[in-house]
Each structure stands twice: as C-alpha cells, then as structure tokens.
Ligand binder design. Structure first.
Ligand code: FAD
Length: 326
C-alpha cells in the first residue's frame, strides 16, 4: 500500500465545496490504479461532522484537524497544519482546488515540502505509471502535460467544474483520524468577515454564468443580466472592458486577469471574444453568444450564436425561461 492520494477538503459555511468531490473522484481512480488509499484532509473548527460526506465520495480516510484558532482560514495556520501532516505521512500526491484559498495554501505548502506545484490543472491521469497533470498554457491556446518522476508529493491545484463529481455511495464510511494540531503563531488577524449578500452562486463554481461586456453600455444595464441570471440560478460575470468602464466590479471579471470559470453554460452578452476573455471561459461546456456583430470573434467559440441587439434578446430570453422554469 502506497502512502496515499490526498485531497484538501475545502469548505465554506459548513458545506464541502464541490471541487473537493471532483478531486475525490479522480483521486479514487488514481488510488485504485496505484493500490493506494485516498485521504481527505479537513481543517477548521467543528468540521468533523463533514467527514461522512467525504467517505461517500471516495475517501478511505479523513484527517480532521480542528482547533479554535483555525475557525477561519489563515495562510499561516492552515499551511502549518497541512504541511506538518504531509511531512509526517509523506503522501504520494496532494490535490487542492484552484480556488482563492486553494491557490494560496498550495503554494505555501509546496514550498514547505520542497515539492513542485502544477496549478490550474484540467486533467489528472495515470500514464506509464506516472501521475500526469494537464494544464492550459498561452491563455488556453495549448495544453502542457507535467509529471514529477521522483519528487514526492506530486502537488496540483485543480480547476473547479472541470472534473466530474463521482456518484456518492450512501453509507460508505471513511476512517476518521482526529489529529492534534498546534497552530502556533498566526500572523494574519481576522478582524471581521464581510460577506457579500448574494443569493447567486459564486462565479468560479456556478453551473450557469451570464456575462456582460462593453456592449452593456452602463452599470445600470447589467440589471437585465441579473434578471436573466436570477431566473436561471446563474452567476453574473463581466469582461475586462466592462469592468474598466465601471459597469461591474473586478470580482466579476472573467479572463486572463480575472477569474477562470468552467460552467455548464456561459451566456456572453455584448462581448467580442478577445483571447484574454476566452482564456477565462473557453472551457465552458456550452457557450451562447449574443452580439450584434456577426463577425465577432466570440462566434468562433460559441456553440450557439444569436446575432442581434442584446437589449432585445436578453429580456426575451428572461421572459421565455421564466415561462419554462416557473
Ligand atoms: P469589446 O471588445 O469592445 O466588445 C464589445 C462587443 O459588444 C462588440 O463585439 C460589439 O459588437 C458588441 N455589442 C455592442 N453593443 C451591442 C448590443 N447592443 N447588442 C449586442 N452586442 C453589442 N479581457 C477580459 O475580458 N478579461 C480579462 O481578464 C482580460 N485580461 C487582459 C489582460 C491583458 C494583459 C490585456 C492586454 C487585455 C486583457 N483583456 C481582458 C482585455 C481584452 O483584450 C479585451 O479588450 C476585452 O475582453 C474586450 O471586452 P469586450 O468584449 O466587453 O469589449
């Protein structure tokens, strides 16, 4: 039995993040091929009860690292906890979600473990006995495959929404290992957690995204995208031109210098399809583009194109979806 394929189980508001399940699916496949075990690592305060879900999605073991000082994510506290555990057990691989938290933690832990780190991976497989990581390069124009022939652990962050969520096996229990943690000095002080009140899903994890570009012409006009998004249960995104023009906050920007998204459905409204925008949404499963210019680049990547004025098309879509979805 090898030393294990580990998945960092990210959670928020008492719920495991979907990317964790996606990673458990691929970890299970690798572990079965390598005759290793799958271990999930969950860090926080009173998070032990989340362990059962991790077993149902493929974890054989769940390391639970609980401490009052770890109630909120801090770089120092979580890095120390995860790196110490990994140094003790020397796993074969550690996967983290390519989320804000996962990216921060992965880089710090990799440095502590003197491991390489392959970020934003869209595929993980076993090739010739090697864990082979695929990630996009040149703003999504090409893909590179990376292996780490000898150094362990293999470390990677995995792009959310790309790998399938495995079918949960009800009642499949993982061995829960409670680990004593000594968080030590934590330099980051959480004074207040300010939550944006929104009923919409988080952009990077949304199944459906309605995005607006410079063609929206004003911040007020984003209201029509929000109405469509609310009918579809979607998140709202924006191009950089829309953000630079002040129509939307930077937190909504999709693209090379914004967020990378992989929804099931991406509806681009008044977005021309610049390479830097495509870099952030090109791996969406189905792309619908609404643009009045039939030559717009976005139509080259769109599965469905609507040539027309978005101010007519979007409210029409909202009306029709409302009828369909109630
Ligand atoms: P435009 O290119 O101006 O397109 C607007 C579109 O709206 C046009 O196609 C037009 O036909 C259409 N339109 C106008 N009115 C209507 C209407 N009434 N109905 C229907 N269609 C209409 N961009 C990003 O998006 N994300 C990034 O992260 C990003 N990073 C960058 C990083 C670098 C280093 C650089 C150099 C650029 C980056 N950009 C990024 C900018 C990118 O190059 C483009 O400038 C930007 O994506 C254009 O945004 P847009 O499509 O909204 O605007």
């Amino acid at each position: 039995m090898g030393k294990g394929i580990w998945v960092y189980a990210e959670h928020k508001d008492g719920k495991i993040k979907k990317v964790t399940y996606e990673m458990l699916g691929v970890a299970r496949q690798l572990a079965d091929q390598l005759a290793e075990e799958v271990a999930a690592v969950i860090i926080g305060k009173e998070v032990g009860e989340l362990a059962s879900a991790l077993g149902e999605y493929g974890a054989d073991k769940v390391y639970v690292l609980e401490n009052d000082a770890l109630a909120e994510y801090t770089t120092d506290g979580y890095t120390r906890a995860l790196a110490r555990l990994a140094l003790e057990h020397q796993p074969t691989a550690i996967f983290l979600g390519c989320t804000v938290q996962g990216r921060d933690l992965a880089a710090q832990v990799a440095q502590r473990l003197q491991a390489g780190l392959c970020t934003d991976c869209t595929k993980v497989e076993l090739q010739d006995g090697q864990i082979t990581l695929t990630r996009p390069i040149y703003a999504g124009k090409a893909f590179v495959q990376a292996i780490s022939p000898e150094a362990r652990p293999v470390m990677a962050t995995i792009r959310p929404n790309v790998l399938p969520v495995p079918q949960p096996q009800g009642g499949r229990a993982a061995e829960v290992v409670q680990v004593d943690v000594e968080p030590g000095d934590i330099r980051q002080v959480i004074k207040e957690v300010v939550r944006q009140v929104s009923t919409r899903p988080e952009l990077t994890e949304a199944d459906i995204i309605v995005s607006g570009g410079r063609g929206m012409k004003s911040a007020e006009n984003f209201r029509i995208l929000e109405e469509l998004a609310d009918v579809l249960g979607a998140a709202v995104g924006a191009s950089r031109a829309a953000v630079d023009a002040g129509y939307a906050p930077h937190s909504m920007q999709v693209g090379q210098t914004g967020k990378t998204v992989s929804p099931q459905l991406y509806i681009a409204c008044g977005i021309s399809g610049a390479i830097q925008h495509l870099a952030g949404m090109g791996s969406s499963k189905v792309i619908v583009a609404i643009n009045k210019d039939p030559e717009a680049n976005i139509f080259k990547v769109a599965d469905y194109g609507i040539v027309g004025d978005l101010f007519e098309v979007v409210p029409l879509l909202t009306r029709e979806f409302r009828k369909l979805l109630g």
